[in-house]
Ligand binder design. Structure first.
Ligand code: SF4
Ligand code: F3S
Ligand code: FES
Length: 247
C-alpha cells in the first residue's frame, strides 16, 4: 500500500536554516532513509544526507526523527501513522555542515586521545587470554560508532563547554573495554577519570536508551568503571602511595 507522507526536514548550514515541508510517496516496507532518498531524487536534489550501508551497520545515518535520536535506515515508516508529520533534523550535539550532515570530528579527536592497548613487556605470541575475559568486553565491540549516545548525553548536548573535558559514553566505554583486558598495563582508571571526564557522567542512562546495538553502556561499562575509580581512590595502599608520591 502506498501513501503520501508529510515530511518536515531541516535545511540549511551552520549559519542559517529552517524546517521545510514536503509531501513524499511512501511504499510498504520502507524506512525513513528511503523517503529521504526519494525526496532527494524527486524534489530536493541538493539535500545533504550521510549514509552508507542501509543496514544499521555503518553508523552514518544518525539523525533526530520526531526528536528521537535514531538511525534513519532502521526506522520503519510503519511506526508512524500515515497522517503523521515526520520531522527529520540533524543530530543536535555536533555542528551542522549542511542539512542532515553534521561535523562529528569531536568524536574522532576523543578517540585519538585514548592510549591504545599497552601490552607492557609481553612479546607478540606471549599473551594468553581466558575465554571469560574475551567475553566480558565482547558486547562493547558491537559499537557501530553512530554517535547517537554521544549526541544524547546531556553533559555535552546542553553544555558545549564540557566538550574539552568530557569524552562521552562511547569513548568512556572504550576505556572500560581496555580496562577489562587482563594484559593491558595502562592505568585506565586514571585515564578515564583525569583525561576523559568520567566524573561528569551522572548515570542518566540516556546513552544506553538510544544505542541501536542495545549495548548496556551505563550498567556494563560506565558504572563498573566508576566503581573501580572509587575503589582506587579509597584503596589505603594507593592513598598512602599517593601521599608519598610513589603511586
Ligand atoms: Fe552508537 Fe551504541 Fe556505539 Fe554509542 S555505543 S556509538 S549508541 S553503537
Ligand atoms: Fe551521559 Fe550516559 Fe552518563 S547519557 S551522563 S554518559 S549515563
Ligand atoms: Fe549505515 Fe544507516 S546507513 S547505519
Amino acid at each position: 500500500m502506498s501513501y503520501e507522507a508529510k515530511f518536515r526536514v531541516w535545511r540549511g548550514d551552520d549559519g542559517d536554516g529552517e524546517l521545510t515541508d514536503y509531501t513524499v510517496e511512501v511504499n510498504e516496507g520502507e524506512v525513513v532513509l528511503d523517503i529521504i532518498h526519494r525526496l532527494q531524487a524527486t524534489q530536493a536534489p541538493d539535500l545533504a544526507v550521510r549514509w552508507n550501508c542501509k543496514a544499521g551497520k555503518c553508523g552514518s545515518c544518525s539523525a533526530e526523527i520526531n526528536g528521537m535520536p535514531k538511525l534513519m535506515c532502521m526506522t520503519r515508516m510503519s511506526t508512524f501513522e500515515p497522517d503523521e508529520t515526520v520531522t527529520v533534523t540533524p543530530v543536535r550535539t555536533f555542528p551542522v555542515i549542511r542539512d542532515l550532515v553534521t561535523d562529528v570530528s569531536y568524536n574522532y579527536e576523543k578517540a585519538r586521545e585514548i592510549p591504545s592497548f599497552d601490552p607492557g613487556d609481553a612479546k607478540p605470541g606471549e599473551l594468553r587470554m581466558q575465554q571469560v575475559d574475551v567475553e566480558r568486553s565482547q558486547e562493547f565491540r558491537k559499537c557501530i560508532e553512530c554517535f547517537l549516545c554521544q549526541n544524547v548525553c546531556h553533559v555535552i548536548r546542553d553544555h558545549e563547554e564540557n566538550k574539552p573535558e568530557f569524552s562521552g559514553p562511547r569513548f568512556l566505554m572504550r576505556i572500560a573495554e581496555l580496562e577489562m583486558h587482563p594484559a593491558d598495563q595502562a592505568d585506565r582508571r586514571q585515564i578515564a577519570a583525569k583525561d576523559h571526564g568520567l566524573g561528569f557522567c551522572n548515570i542518566t542512562k540516556c546513552c544506553t536508551e538510544v544505542c541501536p546495538e542495545h549495548i548496556k553502556i551505563t550498567d556494563n561499562a560506565l558504572i563498573p568503571m566508576k566503581e573501580r575509580v572509587v575503589g582506587r581512590k579509597y584503596d589505603p595502599v594507593v592513598w598512602l602511595g599517593s601521599k608519598l608520591g610513589i603511586v
